[in-house]
Design a protein around this ligand. Structure first.
Ligand SMILES: [Zn+2]
Length: 422
């Protein structure tokens, strides 16, 4: 990508004059980023995978030094012949007033009995100005499922920002050069599990990052620098209370969750009493429980509201039919006159007449057939078809009066017809 503005042109020009990585630096990287292995066979022959020297060792030691090259080796008891490794190494330096993070891809290819072959390639440079403005210069990395697919022959060019350039290196070269803004930020060569870019960018672009670092609130720094630093806005007032009270947040993710709960319950987020709990875990759990109870109440309240609304709808749709009842002398049938009544009918008969909301269908009329005050069956009558569509006794079983009930409703269906035309 060609530089698009003055800032990018400045960076690209500076990038061209960066000195090449020195042999001392790559030697250090190979020694400190890579694992050094002594491969031991079942017969006790050890191959130093650094220099290729082989000797016999009948101990069960897991660590040793190669008698030839002196490299400290970790013993691997394996029949494996070829060992490959890929790592990233970072050099932190300064160029033309920019803070520069140089990332090198390191590769080793070792085969038992041979001298190791190393390869390195500078793949990414992150350039950050003193105000946090930044640009990435990188080699091409075709997108794919495989992690390490840099095109080493491509040139270091300005590239659009992508998460794949946000590398957490295996090691950082110990001699670091810092721009003055970073030098006074409280940075002391510790990354707190962050990528160097996330840490530096936060420190240079937002003074609150520096405040956190100097106050020893490194978990908060890690959490917010790693998740978009501006998200701290909603918590900053409470964080200041923590800092003022010397309260160190050890688990920023839990603490943030807890603050959200306090906020939900309208607690004072400027009060140390709330934001600096002695036992964060216990307080967090207490509020989680409280919120669950609140949600449960809310659910019940919603259900109650819906029942009331349903009652209104039911009355509007069906009140024409209220009061209709008929009997053959033994069996009494009557229209159920409220959602409440239908619910009771469903509960008593163990049927789904209420849960399936038949009462909300404009077409359905729900009737109850009883004898001597005992429920026999629940009837669903279709006002469109003018016929019984369902007639169910206890637990959806037909009662012995099933046919009689259906006939009785049929005989009286003119009562419904009259109400429709009324
Ligand atoms: Zn060796």
């Amino acid at each position: 990508m060609k530089p698009k503005n003055k800032f990018q042109m400045q960076v690209l020009a500076a990038s061209r004059i960066l000195p090449p990585v020195t042999e001392a630096q790559t030697e250090w990287a190979y020694r400190n980023c890579m694992q050094h292995t002594g491969r031991r066979t079942a017969k006790g022959i050890v191959s130093c995978l650094e220099c290729g020297h082989e000797w016999t060792d009948r101990t069960v030691e897991k660590q040793c030094a190669c008698p030839h090259c002196g490299t400290k080796l970790t013993i691997a008891d394996t029949r494996k012949q070829v060992f490959r490794q890929n790592e990233y190494f970072c050099i932190i330096t300064v160029c033309e007033g920019f803070q520069v993070l140089r990332f090198f891809y390191l590769q080793s290819y070792a085969k038992a009995g041979e001298k190791v072959r190393y390869f390195h390639s500078e793949v990414v440079q992150r350039w950050i100005a003193g105000n946090g403005k930044h640009v990435t210069v990188a080699k091409l990395r075709p997108m794919g499922y495989f992690v390490d697919t840099w095109t080493f022959s491509s040139t270091l060019e300005i590239r659009p920002e992508k998460p794949l350039y946000n590398i957490i290196p295996t090691s950082v070269y110990p001699r670091q050069r810092l721009i003055p803004e970073l030098g006074r930020s409280g940075y002391e060569k510790q990354l707190y599990g962050l990528s160097p870019f996330d840490l530096f960018h936060a420190l240079l672009s937002d003074s609150r990052a520096e405040t956190l670092l100097k106050a020893g609130q490194t978990d908060l720094l890690k959490f917010f620098a790693g998740n978009g630093f501006n998200r701290i806005d909603n918590y900053w007032a409470s964080i200041r209370i923590c800092i003022r009270n010397g309260y160190i947040v050890d688990d920023a993710s839990l603490w943030r969750d807890y603050i959200d709960l306090l906020r939900f319950f309208g607690k004072d987020l400027h009060s140390a009493k709330y934001v600096c709990p002695a036992d964060l875990n216990a307080e967090h759990d207490r509020y989680v429980k409280k919120k669950r109870e609140w949600q449960e109440n809310e659910r019940r309240e919603q259900a109650r509201k819906k029942a009331l609304e349903d009652e209104t709808i039911y009355k509007e749709m069906k009140s024409n039919f209220f009061g209709i009842q008929f009997s053959d002398g033994r069996i009494n049938v009557r229209v159920l006159e409220s959602v409440e009544e239908i619910m009771q009918e469903g509960d008593a008969m163990h049927t789904c007449v209420f849960t399936n909301e038949y009462h909300l269908k404009p077409d359905s009329l729900i009737l109850s057939a009883c004898m001597d005050g005992q429920r026999l069956e629940t009837v669903e009558f279709s006002l469109f078809k003018m016929q019984v569509v369902q007639c169910k006794g206890h637990c959806n079983q037909n009662s012995e009066y099933h046919d009689q009930i259906i006939n009785l409703v049929k005989k009286n269906s003119r009562l419904f017809e009259k109400q429709i035309t009324a």
